[in-house]
Design a protein around this ligand. Structure first.
Ligand code: GLC
Length: 723
């Protein structure tokens, strides 16, 4: 149907059919759902009539070709105008084949694999009847106490934007209409949810407009420029008004300034939450503020169906607002081809063939290996020799809890554990495993068994980490260390004097006190997904040379939070040449910089960076400046190196970060091989929001920096002149 035909359809709809089109309900409300009628928990508070359900616009969380088809069929049989349902779900890092959590994927700096993983997730979700995914989540994160850092690609706005674009392209493919193995993407959570105060989920966000525009908004905009079809509102306030009722943010900025005319959906319950937030006295006022802000779909609360009609009747809002919202939803259904084919990609026979396809597992394994970050490797602990006798010790030795939060349809029975990953190498070396303790408790019997295994082994592989429930939504922690029982265990194992190699499975940067001192090597594996154990085994044996680089800083302790690489210098920088002993910006009990910085990650080989060369040292508005650096693999291993390019504006109208990522290149070098890497910059990349938020560059001195991470960089100054 073209837009005119959609408008004709809209004109045929009664006002109650229009209002009900704005509602999204979880699947137990629908006929044909496998759990039809199982209205439990928060669902019980929802009073929705049979008629409302028959006119509802979309379903949350249905899964499976047969179930989604039976729900759609039952719905259309009762739909006066045959308006099909939209099926939406959280396919955030894989559907049946689970990929590494986004914070892990970010550490791969591998945009191509990120796009490929999204395309695979789209295939597996579409064949199971899903049309829209609530991804990518692009919230910038700087506080590892916040459990949802695992869902983001990290602390840098530029890199988050590139990953947002890659995921949108992967999910949506070339055409939602032509390719029914594609998914409409929904960028979230708009906006700045990652800035929740003190890392406590759903907490207040209070940041300046300039901070919002410089760091927190860019990645959402890149996602929308990549064609992302939907936006989900954030739970938090922005400038004192919850995003879901924030007209300035959602209508003036998102729709008018950025020109977004797609569907906006509230987060779960966020419309009604305007009441506890304290900006609505009742559900009527909540509905009024949300619809005025431009929120089209109300997820899992009923303020719209209860009050929109009366708001129109008494002139509080124009019916045109309702019509615009309904039309955007109908247009999305049209884009997905649902009016012609309401079952779209759902196909039981294809489903059996596509889900967990071995090629999908291979991609998941490759991405998981590329997401691992080697944080320490002393005494040549890694890579392992094939004949080495191993004892895999720790609660994650054989844990299947490797998929992390939002692994929804992923099944633990499909997960490759670390122990099975190592065993499957079949290197004919003895490999034993013993938990040594539970996730949180010491246990003498477990400890004694572990010590016995360690005694018989050449090398101890510690497998430690967080329960996946300790991160993700509502997974905030004030203490970001591993549980004491696990720290005790690694200390006991290190005291044996045997080489210790530690693998961490976790959803956030951790305070590594007690861990880093008691291990010769440390691999950050995050929640690596379905193929996690096989990917880590590849890393430990050197079948894959680790190349991952952190995209979120690891603080020494939670006392340092927030600590991030693109910070401002202050008037009393600790490192200044003339810095005083005491009266500088510092802690008395901790370094200023994080334990591991943004961009940090080791390899089994070594790369030497020569000095930066540039074509000239003056840049004007019209042209570009190219920096070249020669990099050589001076080690014994072939490997990938993520070369990072940063810029610093020495002096601005407002303070400027000590460095900002402006480019990177992943290069592959054999031992002895070298390569010239080039980065170009134009005046455009030097622009920023000035005091009055005008976005432009200033003439003056800049520094170009290139290095293997944000701390160890070669520097080269240049001038921007206003020609
Ligand atoms: C949750 C999350 C959001 C998710 C939605 C639907 O509360 O905040 O990210 O997409 O509900 O499950």
């Amino acid at each position: 149907m073209n837009k005119d035909e959609l408008i004709l359809l809209l004109e045929e709809m009664t006002i109650s059919e229009k209002v009900n089109q704005l509602l999204q309900l979880a699947k137990p409300f629908f006929k044909g759902a496998s759990d039809e009628g199982e209205i439990t928990g928060p669902l019980e508070t929802m009073d929705v009539s049979e008629k409302v359900i028959q006119e509802t616009g979309s379903v949350l969380g249905a899964w499976g070709a047969s179930e989604t088809k039976s729900i759609q069929k039952a719905h259309l049989e009762n739909s006066r105008l045959s308006i099909p349902l939209l099926f939406m779900a959280d396919v955030v890092h894989g559907c049946k084949t689970i990929f590494p959590v986004p914070l892990a994927m970010g550490c791969s700096w591998d945009l191509k694999l990120a796009e490929e993983s999204a395309a695979i997730a789209a295939k597996e979700a579409s064949v199971s009847g899903i049309h829209v995914t609530f991804a990518p989540m692009v919230d910038l994160v700087r506080d590892p106490r916040w459990g949802r850092v695992m869902e983001s690609t990290g602390e840098d706005p530029y890199l988050n934007g590139l990953f947002a674009e890659a995921q949108v392209k992967g999910y949506q493919g070339k055409s939602l209409r032509e390719d029914n193995m594609s998914l409409a993407a929904c960028v979230k959570h708009f906006a700045a949810y990652g800035a929740s105060e003190a890392g406590r989920d759903y907490n207040t966000v209070d940041i300046s407009e300039r901070e919002l525009r410089e760091n927190y908004l860019p990645a959402y905009k890149v996602a929308l420029e990549a064609g992302c079809e939907m936006v989900m509102t954030a739970f938090n306030t922005v400038h004192g008004i919850p995003a879901t009722g924030n007209k300035e943010l959602m209508r003036n900025l998102l729709r008018e300034e950025w020109g977004f005319n797609g569907v906006v959906i509230s987060d779960w319950g966020a419309v009604k939450e305007l009441i506890p937030h304290g900006v609505a006295e009742n559900k009527r006022e909540a509905a009024e503020k949300a619809i005025l802000a431009g929120v089209d779909i109300e997820m899992m609360t009923t303020t719209y169906i209860e009050h929109i009609e009366e708001l129109i009747a008494d002139g509080s809002i124009q019916e045109q607002l309702l019509d615009e919202a309904v039309l955007r939803i109908l247009q999305l259904k049209e884009k997905l081809g649902l009016f012609e084919n309401p079952f779209r990609g759902a196909d039981e026979s294809e489903e059996a063939h596509i889900l967990l396809h071995k090629e999908h597992r291979n991609t998941a394994k490759q991405l998981a290996a590329n997401s691992c970050v080697l944080l320490k490797n002393e005494k040549n602990a890694l890579p392992l020799k094939k004949e080495t006798k191993l004892a895999v010790i720790g609660p994650f030795a054989e844990s299947t809890d490797l998929m992390g939060p939002w692994s929804w349809q992923g099944s633990k029975k499909d997960v490759v554990t670390l122990y099975s990953g190592l065993k499957s190498k079949e290197y004919h070396a003895s490999i034993t495993r013993s938990s040594g303790c539970t996730l949180t408790q010491n246990d003498d019997i477990l400890l004694k068994a572990a010590l016995r295994e360690a005694e018989k082994a050449d090398v101890i592989i510690m497998a430690l980490g967080e329960d996946s429930e300790w991160s993700g939504e509502a997974g905030s922690r004030t203490n970001i260390q591993l549980p004491e029982a696990q720290v005790d265990l690694i200390q006991r194992m290190y005291l044996t004097g045997k080489p210790v190699i530690t693998v961490l499975f976790n959803g956030r940067p951790l305070d590594l006190h007690g861990v880093i001192e008691n291990t010769d090597a440390l691999v950050e594996a995050w929640f690596p997904g379905t193929e996690g154990g096989s990917a880590v085994a590849d890393i430990l044996y050197g079948d894959v040379n680790p190349s991952g680089k952190l995209t979120m800083s690891f603080p020494y302790s939670s006392g340092q939070i927030p600590v991030y690489y693109n910070h401002y210098q202050t008037g009393r920088p600790k490192h200044a040449i003339d810095a005083q002993e005491r009266y500088v910006s510092q802690y008395l009990d901790s370094p200023n910089s994080p334990r591991f910085s943004f961009g940090y990650g080791l390899s089994y080989t070594t790369f030497v960076y020569e000095e930066i060369k540039s074509s000239k040292n003056v840049l004007n508005k019209e042209d570009s400046l190219t920096f070249t650096i020669n990099i050589k693999n001076t080690g014994k291993w072939e490997g990938a190196e993520i070369v990072q390019f940063y810029i610093r504006d020495i002096s601005g109208e407002v303070v400027r970060p000590v460095k900002e990522l402006k480019g990177f290149e992943k290069i592959y070098l054999k031992p002895g091989e070298e390569k010239k890497v080039r980065f170009s910059i134009t005046e455009k990349e030097l622009r920023y929001h000035h005091y009055e938020l005008d976005y432009r560059s200033d003439a003056g001195t800049f520094e170009a920096m290139i290095g293997p991470n944000s701390k160890e960089v070669k520097t080269h100054s240049f001038q921007l002149i206003k020609s």
